[in-house]
Design a protein around this ligand. Sequence first.
Ligand SMILES: Nc1nc2c(ncn2[C@@H]2O[C@H](COP(=O)(O)OP(=O)(O)O)[C@@H](O)[C@H]2O)c(=O)[nH]1
Ligand SMILES: [Mg+2]
Length: 392
Amino acid sequence: MKEFKYLEFDALYDNYVKKHNQIISDLLNPKLKKKNPPKVVVVKPDMVTGYGNRFPGIVCGFLYAIISDRLFFIEGYKNFEDFFLLDFDHNWNSIKNFYNKNSSKYLHNIRNNDFPLITKGNLKDVDSFDILYVRTWDYVCAPIISNPHYKDWIGRIIPDYRVFTAISLRLFRLKLTYVDQIKNFIDNNFGDHNIGIHIRSKKTSLYRMVIPVEHYFQVVKTLLVGIKGKTISIFIASDTNDDRDKLAKLLKSSNHFNNNTINVVYVENDMNIHNPVNFNPGTEANAIVDMKILSFCDDLVITYGSSFGFIAAGWSYNAVSRQRGPYILMPIRNSSVDLLITDKVYVWGATTSEPCMYSSRTLIEKEDKETVAIFKTNPFWLYHIQCHWPSI
Ligand SMILES: Nc1nc2c(ncn2[C@@H]2O[C@H](COP(=O)(O)OP(=O)(O)O)[C@@H](O)[C@H]2O)c(=O)[nH]1
Ligand SMILES: [Mg+2]
């Protein structure tokens, strides 16, 4: 695993951890009789959908906390410590009693969007509120890194603008048991070049759109053009056993792979079981394992409209060294004629491993000119607006 570090950000994070721990231990120390609790950002992550929505919301909350010089907390993530290491206690329940009578404001609520505030506002203007709540499942770091008040500073501490990678690698460090499992899988299954595929076919919000499994196969063939005489692993993560098995069979039966040795690999998850709370396929444990293994692949082929693959693309140091992609497979109408429509692409390559901001087109269409112009100073704004749902 690559020895790349965001030196400036990592130093800032280490200082943040020290500061957080000190302030909270003073607050909880009865002898000190501290009266004024610190100003905070409290993220309410989307716990009803999946990791692909939970992670971006939390990362954005942390970015809000550091740019507004507040402490960072998460509300309602009960089983965080089952999966992740904890550098500092960010459980809002630990200190929320100190705030009962204090003032609060929603800095960002996905239902109201509040884009002008986060794209061009100065957070000093909301300094009087003790609590700034953040509720989002979307990657709103995209407009924050355009904000003229913070742009230069964020650009200095995270020079390649891969805010998700820098923050997620510190906040979402897996516990040893998962690290071992993932490392073991990689040691036993990865080759010289590794292509990760995330198939998401059972997403109800994609209406009647589908992506035939053959399309994933086509993209793998394209990615292998020019690669010769190597050991290639093709790692499949999928929300159904059937699609995974179908793609594995297609790949294994192909003879189009130059002189490469191809190993088709996957974790033996039973995706027929469902999470009883949010009805997601599989389990939270096998989801983070699949996601993390994907993140270590050299090439990624992911599914349009599924945040799972976008998050995988940014959640390892490979995000920094990956030469190309991720490649995003586009859905088509569930009919034989759609493929013949020539104004459709079935796959496109992204230029960044940052997660997509799904509501960026809403921002561009609904907000005032200045907000839109500022958002467009994000070098990846064109990429972000491709994430919007397809118009059918
Ligand atoms: N193990 C595993 N779980 C998956 C896979 N695809 C989807 N899931 C589960 O379904 C959830 C879907 O939510 P999310 O991550 O937001 O992705 P989205 O619904 O496709 O945008 C994930 O968090 C996982 O729990 C997969 O390939 N492997
Ligand atoms: Mg999602």
